[in-house]
Design a binder for this molecule. Structure first.
Ligand code: ZN
Length: 271
């Protein structure tokens, strides 16, 4: 069984503020440490349950947060490190039997969700895919669905876990490491406890995936309809220059197409 892990940072244990996930900030050292902590716990759980291969795709910002020498010494584990990847947060997912979304955050505009945003908090107000408002969990699950890959595990705060269960249903395993009281405050599990929770959840997720119980997002049939609403009309004016897009109103661009994996490429191009 091949497990693909998309590892973000905002949803990791103990992280509550931008300063902890932004590279130039002194507090970023803590963000890195906790992303690594959560990823290692999840990798251990996957291996406990007999995963044959685990590919970890660093999916946060410059995507060089996880360092190869810190991930342990298991020949079944690989790290996809570095930025500018064609499929971004799900790059490398082809051929996986199940995907895990680790340390994820809720979509832009979610109440009481740590650092809620969708791809870019500076440029994107909302994203609607086939009539459904989605965040990174939805966009990446849709890309996985395009390749018939189930999403077996989502970890992060209570808000992203709820968002993921709404989107993917009961077969999904979620692991909550904190409960947000605002966009930048949360009641957090301590690392020792969250490590246990994450490891157990990952093992359960592998077992569910093996039995065929992990969900594949329902993306409907036919062409996708993607609507991106920007924070302001200037950003939309710039995106409007890309041929093949359709301007819906002052802040919204619409794109359609056949390949679900192109949704990710479109979002990156529009940003
Ligand atoms: Zn991130």
């Amino acid at each position: 069984m091949r497990i693909f892990i998309s590892a973000d940072m905002e949803g990791a244990t103990g992280i509550v503020q931008w300063e902890q996930v932004d590279r130039p900030e002194p507090d970023y050292a803590f963000g890195r440490k906790m992303q690594l902590h959560d990823v290692k716990a999840v990798v251990s759980g996957a291996l406990d349950a007999g995963a044959d291969e685990v590919l970890v795709n660093d999916s946060h910002d410059y995507m060089i947060n996880l360092l190869a020498d810190e991930l342990g010494f298991d020949s079944r584990v690989r790290l996809l490190s570095g930025s500018n990847k064609k499929f971004s947060m799900v790059h490398g997912f082809e051929g996986a039997d199940a995907a895990f979304f680790v340390a994820y955050h809720a979509k832009a505009g979610t109440k009481h969700a740590i650092l809620d945003h969708t791809m870019s908090s500076k440029s994107i107000f909302s994203v609607v895919l086939n009539g459904l408002e989605v965040g990174e969990t939805g966009l990446n699950a849709a890309a996985c669905a395009g390749e018939k890959i189930p999403v077996a595990l989502v970890t992060g705060d209570a808000a992203v876990c709820a968002e993921a269960r709404d989107l993917l249903g009961e077969g999904l395993v979620t692991a909550c490491v904190k409960d947000a009281h605002s966009r930048t405050a949360a009641n957090c599990l301590l690392p020792e406890e969250s490590g246990r929770v994450l490891r157990k959840a990952a093992a359960l997720a592998v077992e569910r995936a093996r039995s065929g119980a992990s969900p594949i997002m329902d993306i409907g049939k036919g062409d996708f309809d993607l609507r991106v609403t920007f924070q302001n009309s200037f950003q939309c004016d710039r995106a409007d220059k890309i041929p093949g897009t359709e301007r819906m109103d002052g802040r919204t661009i619409r794109v359609t197409g056949g390949l679900m994996t192109d949704v990710i490429r479109w979002i990156l191009a529009l940003i």
